[in-house]
Design a protein around this ligand. Structure first.
Ligand code: BG6
Length: 483
């Protein structure tokens, strides 16, 4: 369904995120007929360049990051015509009069994407107001990191609130734009089957793994100040945890959904030091030049920042009391794989002989790659071998439905930008959610800082330090294999 005509200003329009995700994503939506001809995109950044040069940059970005769909689409010239560029100084006066002129009174959706350092969020918001662009219809989109602790997040919320209402602020967590994440809600709340079992009486535990094969690459400076907790857990993993654990919202509307998510975060137990394992990847011999270890990559031989984190937590409410949630994420792990796994309890009594085997139902929700949902069910092994039990997957992999390379696949950013234009905040974080998430992570981080905790080394290409496996094993459980 096409969205209404809109004007989108991308501050940081020449930056990495704009080139990798935002601009190619918009092009794909244009090719799919979702973005109207009357839309306009204005890149705004410090560099002094003219519109033609910017259009060329956009075209190059489409070649590089647009994927097959973008290559096959012949509407490139028409798309580039919708693009303009204004050289602007977030903290000075340059460019603001031009932008104001460009945005003058058309009475359509105006969105301002802050794809810049968070240090500039406040300046941009203030300038937009000074130049009369912060009117009621305006929307701003802000990227993570949203603060680095509760205090800075509160300050940032207060700064933005001085110029914009909460309903105008779209805090991006791109994990919420992933196809399976929404499907998780469809599966939970669109079926009778799961909800009655979705509690500590039937669920043994839940595990969430977000494993990456990439290292910190060229982002060492940012990453070393953040670590896995701030970079991934406080936002992406926390959002996944909320969606899997929340109560059914009364309606599928932004505040109903976000109210329920907030309750989950507020019900999270503090995490004890023995329930956390921090790790840092190290190079494996012979591969050092190609894949340097973490400390080499960030240029600090003594860095104590974690590139891997595993932890166990509980949600103190009626539904989940007694069911542990295990979270794990890391860089330079053995495979790229994001998965939420719900492991159900054993049947209370087995009527089959001991050697028939005993199996548990496991629901795995796979975010990437091979997005899909699989339910492991126990059946009799076919054939004459007697009553032996095996697990078979009831497979709801989306690749078949979406075509080989996910031809209809919509990238998280594309989806979220279209939601901004539609004015739908369901998949965006509310200010209080972000604060609550920091309120939970802050004491955990303070704890390990006080203890001068040094992360455990793990080999690049492995699945984290052995202690992470121990965290599960001492509870008589195991992580799902990363694959
Ligand atoms: C980002 C983190 O938010 O998410 C990165 O800053 C991480 O460190 C990335 O690599 C992972 O996103 P995805 O979509 O590739 O799983």
């Amino acid at each position: 369904i096409p969205v209404d005509p809109f004007d989108l200003v991308i501050f940081g329009g020449t930056g990495d995120l704009a080139r990798r995700k935002i601009l190619p994503g918009l092009f794909r939506r244009f090719c799919a007929g979702q973005m109207p001809d009357a839309a306009r995109i204005i890149g705004a950044a410090r560099s002094d360049m003219d519109t033609d040069a910017y259009r060329q940059m956009v075209s190059d970005a489409i070649d590089e990051f647009g994927g097959d769909l973008a290559k096959e689409c012949d509407a490139r010239d028409a798309f580039l015509k919708l693009i303009g560029y204004i050289a602007i100084d977030a903290r000075g006066e340059t460019g603001w009069a031009d932008l104001q002129e460009a945005m003058k009174g058309k009475g359509r959706v105006e969105a301002y994407y802050f794809s810049v350092s968070p240090a500039l969020f406040g300046d941009l918001a203030e300038r937009l107001q000074q130049w009369g662009m912060a009117d009621e219809d305006a929307r701003i989109v802000v990227e993570k990191p949203f603060g680095r602790d509760l205090e800075t997040a509160r300050d940032l919320n207060a700064t933005l609130a001085a110029y914009f209402d909460e309903h105008q602020i779209y805090r991006i967590d791109h994990y919420l734009g992933k196809e399976t994440v929404q499907n998780l809600m469809a599966v939970r709340f669109g079926n009778m089957l799961f909800e009655p079992l979705w509690n500590s009486q039937y669920v043994d535990h839940i595990q969430i793994t977000v494993a990456e094969t990439v290292g910190v690459g060229g982002r060492g400076e940012y990453y070393d100040k953040s670590g896995a907790m701030r970079d991934m857990v406080q936002n992406h993993l926390m959002q996944l945890l909320c969606l899997i654990a929340m109560e059914p919202p009364a309606r599928f509307d932004p505040d109903a959904v976000r109210d329920e998510k907030l309750k989950v975060i507020r019900a999270l137990d503090p995490v004890e030091s023995y329930e956390i394992v921090r790790g840092q990847y190290q190079a494996v011999p012979m591969e050092e030049s190609e894949h340097p270890g973490y400390r080499t990559a960030v240029g600090d031989a003594k860095s104590r920042t974690e590139s891997f984190l595993a932890l166990k937590t509980h949600i103190s409410n009626w539904r989940w009391a007694g069911t542990p949630f295990y979270l794990r994420t890391g860089k330079r792990m053995s495979a790229r794989s994001s998965e939420i796994t719900v492991v159900f309890k054993d049947t209370p009594h087995s009527i089959f002989a001991e050697d028939a085997g005993r199996h548990r139902n496991v629901l795995s929700i796979r975010l990437q790659p091979n997005e899909g949902i699989t339910l492991g069910v126990t059946i009799k092994e076919p054939g004459p071998g007697g009553m032996r039990l095996i697990d078979v997957p009831l497979d709801m992999t989306f690749a078949d439905a979406l075509g080989e390379d996910g031809a209809d696949h919509v990238d998280a950013y594309e989806r979220l930008i279209m939601d901004v234009i539609r004015g739908n905040q369901t998949l965006f974080m509310r200010g209080d959610e972000v604060e609550a998430a920091w309120a939970w992570t802050d004491p955990i981080i303070e704890g390990w800082e006080l203890r001068h905790d040094v992360p455990k080394p793990y080999d690049s290409g492995s699945d984290g330090p052995t202690d992470a496996f121990e965290l599960m094993r001492r509870d008589g459980r195991d992580w799902r294999e990363v694959s």
